[in-house]
Design a protein around this ligand. Structure first.
Ligand code: NAG
Ligand code: NAG
Ligand code: NAG
Ligand code: NAG
Length: 339
């Protein structure tokens, strides 16, 4: 199965700098010429930014960008006038998020995967809803859950991240819970959201694997979490136009499968069969297929070429209601697994 993870471009720096007047005088011709000297640095920065993908972060490139940021900012500080100041402000916003791109990126990716995970994350994760959508509540969660978050970081992240979050926790909380007013260009709020979407894409993969094994019961406490993951992933997909149509469709299939699984008797029957492993040697229609092997290729056979046989077994073992939605469900399984 191909990865759902979303290769997002981190920046598209817009340095067209349309901002409210700053109260500074307009730049004079001489100052504009001096400003022009800074342009190559900004362009070099943009050059890096156009190739930077969230799942292929290059630490050397990030270091180079940080250096360029400092140099360009110094260059733009020479003249205190409007155009120069606008450029500087826009650049600073882009530079501001570089802090998150190295080690903290890995750390936050693991953190978000963990918050989405349906298998026993640290207990305090249940107390603070770090995935809350309403920003004021999200802020509350990160403020009240500070020790929960920092304990996680201490246990699972590298030293750079531990230092970073202990020094910048309040800034991090602001960045994650305050949406800046200007929507164009890049900013830490958007970047952190992208990290969450990326981690979610990865974690959904893991959850699908659980489903593949068809070992879940409909009362499984993991299922509501999976449904939340799906909804959030759909939000991510609509937010990031760069996610391919194919992946968007896959997200749709996955979510509709989760919904059906939620509904009941089919799921309970497969869980029962997979648990009890009754002897199925009488079923000639299996033609040698090992019903209990949950490898991808085997599950694919069960939902495609052997699906009538699968249906008969389920009907015999669990009764008619277990196969009411059978055709719909196996079709979705086949689509999600790209059988
Ligand atoms: C970073 O900058 C150095 C010096 O300009 C250059 O040699 C190197 O190739 C750059 N690294 C990347 C990843 O672009
Ligand atoms: C810690 O650092 C190593 C090596 O740089 C990296 O591969 C790993 O992803 C990092 N882990 C976290 C959680 O940041
Ligand atoms: C956004 O604009 C509103 C109203 O002008 C202002 O109150 C608020 O502080 C601004 N938020 C940010 C993050 O700048
Ligand atoms: C789910 O239901 C089955 C039987 O219907 C029961 O044995 C199992 O304990 C239940 N699991 C949970 C988590 O409630």
């Amino acid at each position: 199965m191909r990865s759902l993870s979303i290769a997002l471009l981190i920046f598209h720096v817009s340095l067209t700098a349309q901002q409210a007047p700053t109260g500074l005088p307009k730049c004079e011709t001489k100052q504009i010429l001096e400003l022009a000297v800074c342009i190559p640095m900004i362009n070099e920065f943009k050059g890096y930014s156009q190739t930077l993908k969230i799942d292929k972060l290059n630490s050397e490139a990030i270091r180079n960008m940080t250096i360029l940021c400092d140099r360009a900012a110094q260059c733009l500080s020479v003249n205190k006038c409007q155009e120069s100041d606008n450029f500087k402000k826009t650049l600073e916003k882009s530079c501001d998020m570089l802090d998150y791109l190295g080690d903290p990126f890995h750390c936050l990716t693991e953190f978000f995967k963990e918050t989405y995970s349906s298998n026993g994350s640290p207990t305090c994760f249940q107390k603070y809803d770090f995935l809350e959508k309403v920003l004021s509540k999200k802020r509350e969660a990160f403020e009240n859950g500070k020790s929960c978050f920092t304990d996680y970081v201490k246990d699972y992240c590298n030293k750079t991240s531990i230092d970073f979050f202990s020094k910048n926790y309040q800034k991090f909380v602001n960045d994650i819970s305050i949406k800046p007013n200007d929507t164009d260009g890049q900013n830490p709020h958007k970047v952190l959201n992208m990290f969450r979407c990326n981690a979610l894409g990865k974690q959904i993969q893991n959850e699908i694997l659980e489903l593949h094994a068809l070992k879940m019961e409909s009362n499984d406490t993991r299922i509501p979490k999976m449904n939340k993951m799906c909804k959030d992933m759909q939000d991510c997909a609509s937010e990031y136009t760069s996610i391919s149509l194919k992946n968007k469709q896959k997200i749709e299939h996955t979510c509709s499968l989760f919904e059906t699984v939620n509904q009941g008797s089919f799921t309970d029957c497969t869980a029962k069969l997979m648990g009890d492993e009754p002897d199925l040697s009488d079923y000639k229609c299996l033609e040698g297929l090992d019903f209990y092997d949950s490898s991808n290729s085997n599950v694919c056979k069960k939902v495609t070429t052997k699906k009538e046989c699968f249906k008969k077994i389920m009907g015999d073992k669990c009764g008619k209601e277990a196969v009411v939605d059978f055709d719909k469900i196996v079709e979705r399984v086949a689509k999600v697994m790209e059988c």
